[in-house]
Design a protein around this ligand. Structure first.
Ligand code: ADP
Ligand code: MG
Length: 629
């Protein structure tokens, strides 16, 4: 099957050739002919990375009238990144269509600029629901004549609470348009929306749900919770050519891990909803250019990362909802490439690996965090191979006499040893005393207990907390790091948690006369061990009135509680306000072949040395650039 067979016109085929697409993916093969042939509603289910954009983009471009300035097509997408990506793709698809104007509408950018672009006449608008609704309300956009409406990533839009905005937007569109819904999963909400907005839609399904991609292998590493970051660094060091997305659960952790990595000399960046549009554009660009090797991301923000060739997905923290794992791991192994999905777990999380295995229907390999010496060896061999593959730069010739003079008297052997010592010493100094970070998954006898205090806290599930939200709440309140609050155990009306003994007074201090919305919240040092179901009778202080939102932490959803304030007036929820997302899978996709780009070589040469290049002033020179922690 070729794109020509699908019925696409010459100018679009030309663009396809330009882009290097050889054969249609499965969802394209199934959807494009249907959409071209008749004006029909369509529901298409296919995993992330299967080429859905082209599946609706090409038919839309073929069907609209480019000569006319009327807005004929509307594409709604959940996040700013996706919105821009789709716009970009549409422009690529339509680059031989003279007069085509595709305009992106999303929050966080000047509304007047966007209105101006629309005024010039946009045949296609790609929009996030929040901003779109806003602009329709202000009569800046007229969609009363659209003929095609795409709901892209419908599951995600609904997850993010855009149902009402979508309803509102569509109420301004004509009845007799075609609606095309694209989604990775088909939860109840999506079928509801399909029923409400569509008439006898044709259904196209590609692959099966919730199964991990076959070309992704899954590994897990068990460490003490507080060694998580060290483990991450070692994994990066053991894979000098790593190009990865590192997933954290919250925006705050995402930012923190990225900052730490950068401070330690890695080419890292963060992408999450608290960054401005501009900041996100910059890091995405750097990531695409491979200037960033480790992109630390929240789940929602990562939706916008459309980069092939990712070698490793690292679950620095597991997602709130285990189903999200498939979505994360699907960031690698795209376009037929191999990928590795890594999970760093603490002992108490090790059982979750089993749950994930059930969902992805694949086994995890249990691996060990490499030792310091293994890393030194990896780095040395990496250097050796780099040298082997490096093309000689003859501009050096002019300096050779000087270099010769400086190194006079050394044998080749000595020179090699010296040369390699530069690299080796750097890692060796850092790693020579490095401890073994591995713990066995079942081993509960942790050192954590020794210097640790367990607290009793008089809030619990009735206050709408679960262990994760309470942990986040405490971390924020105490200004502590990711792994400083642990063994959080939430009961009905009370909870337990641990901190290191050194933080004991901090906790007691913060909770002296602590009130939340008029209610006294207090802690006590507990005698509960933190194992088993301890503390059964300790419920005094908690409310027993059964009202879930009466006293304390009213009406917060996960997203709000994590991110702190929600910018209330903002018209676009973009990708920012929810950093948890529900089960999506990227699997079993109807794959396609893409011409190998020359990326491989370029990638290598761009990388080697670059990480080192960004030396911080105080660690200049050779030894121990980032190795001072
Ligand atoms: P989805 O929306 O299903 O997640 P995208 O439309 O974002 O997937 O496509 C994923 C990637 O695959 C993009 O980089 C896109 O350019 C590429 N792609 C799409 N169709 C093809 C094709 N037929 N051949 C090769 N690459 C393709
Ligand atoms: Mg898509």
């Amino acid at each position: 099957m070729t794109f020509l067979d699908l019925g696409l016109e010459e100018k679009l085929l030309q663009a396809i050739t330009d882009m290097g697409f050889e054969t249609p993916s499965e969802v394209q093969e199934k959807a494009i002919p249907i959409l071209l042939k008749e004006d029909t509603d369509l529901v298409a289910l296919a995993q992330t990375g299967t080429g859905k954009t082209a599946a609706f983009g090409f038919p839309m471009l073929q069907k609209i009238d480019v000569e006319s300035r009327t807005t004929q097509g509307l594409i709604l997408s959940p996040t700013r990144e996706l919105c821009m990506q789709i716009t970009n793709e549409m422009n690529n698809y339509g680059k031989h269509l003279k007069g085509l104007n595709v305009v992106a509408i999303y929050g966080g950018a000047s509304i007047t600029d966007q209105a101006r672009q629309i005024k010039k006449g946009a045949q296609v608008i790609v929009a996030t629901p929040g901003r779109m609704k806003d602009m329709i309300g202000r009569r800046m956009i007229d969609i009363s004549k659209i003929e095609y409406c795409v709901l892209d990533e419908a599951d995600e839009m609904l997850n993010m609470g855009f149902y009402e905005d979508i309803t509102e937007i569509l109420s301004h569109s004509p009845q007799e348009k075609s609606t095309w819904l694209f989604s990775a999963t088909m939860p109840k909400e999506v079928s509801t929306i399909a029923k409400k907005f569509m008439h006898n839609p044709v259904e196209v399904t590609v692959g099966s749900k919730n199964v991990g991609a076959a070309n992704v292998s899954h590994e897990f590493y068990t460490v003490n919770a507080r060694d998580r970051y060290q483990a991450l660094k070692r994994l990066a060091d053991a894979n000098p050519e790593i190009f990865s997305v590192v997933f954290c659960r919250t925006k705050r952790d995402t930012q923190k891990v990225a900052e730490q990595l950068i401070a330690d000399g890695y080419n890292a960046g963060a992408i999450h909803g608290d960054l401005s549009q501009n900041q996100r554009d910059i890091v995405m660009k750097q990531f695409r250019n491979r200037q960033i090797q480790m992109m630390v991301a929240t789940d929602v923000a990562a939706r916008g990362i459309d980069v092939d060739d990712i070698t490793h997905v690292i679950n620095y923290q597991l997602p709130d909802e285990i189903e999200t794992y498939t979505h994360r791991s699907g960031r690698t192994g795209r376009a037929g490439k191999e990928g590795i999905s890594i999970v760093i777990v603490s002992k108490s999380e090790a059982r979750k690996i089993k749950q994930i295995e059930k969902i992805i229907q694949q086994k995890f390999q249990q691996k060990e965090i490499p030792s310091g010496m293994e890393i030194c060896e990896k780095q040395l061999m990496h250097l050796a191979n780099n040298i082997k593959d490096t093309k000689i730069n003859h501009d050096i010739d002019a300096y050779l006499p000087q270099i010769d003079a400086a190194l006079e008297g050394f044998t080749k052997e000595e020179l090699i040893k010296k040369f390699f010592s530069v690299e080796f010493t750097r890692f060796y100094n850092y790693y020579q005393k490095a401890k073994d970070l591995n713990v066995s998954p079942g081993d509960m006898s942790s050192s954590e207990n020794k210097d640790s205090v367990r607290f009793f806290l008089n809030v619990g599930e009735r206050d709408d907390f679960n262990w994760m939200t309470l942990k986040d709440f405490l971390k924020d309140l105490l200004q502590l790091g990711q792994d400083d609050v642990y063994k959080v155990d939430v009961k009905d009306t009370f909870s337990f948690f641990n901190v290191d003994t050194k933080h004991k007074d901090l906790v007691l201090g913060v909770f002296t006369d602590f009130q939340l919305e008029g209610r006294n919240v207090n802690v006590e040092i507990s005698t509960d061990t933190g194992r088993g179901g301890g503390g059964g009778g300790r419920g005094r202080g908690g409310r027993r009135d059964g009202k879930r939102d009466g006293g304390g932490f009213k009406g917060r959803d996960k997203g709000e509680r994590r991110g702190g304030r929600k910018s209330s007036g903002s018209s676009d929820r973009g990708s920012g306000s929810r950093d948890s997302d529900r089960g999506r899978s990227d699997s079993d996709r109807g794959g396609f072949k893409k011409k190998e780009s020359s990326g491989g070589e370029e990638f290598k040469s761009k990388f080697s040395g670059k990480r080192r290049g960004k030396t911080k002033p105080e660690s200049k020179g050779t030894g121990g650039r980032r190795r001072r922690t």
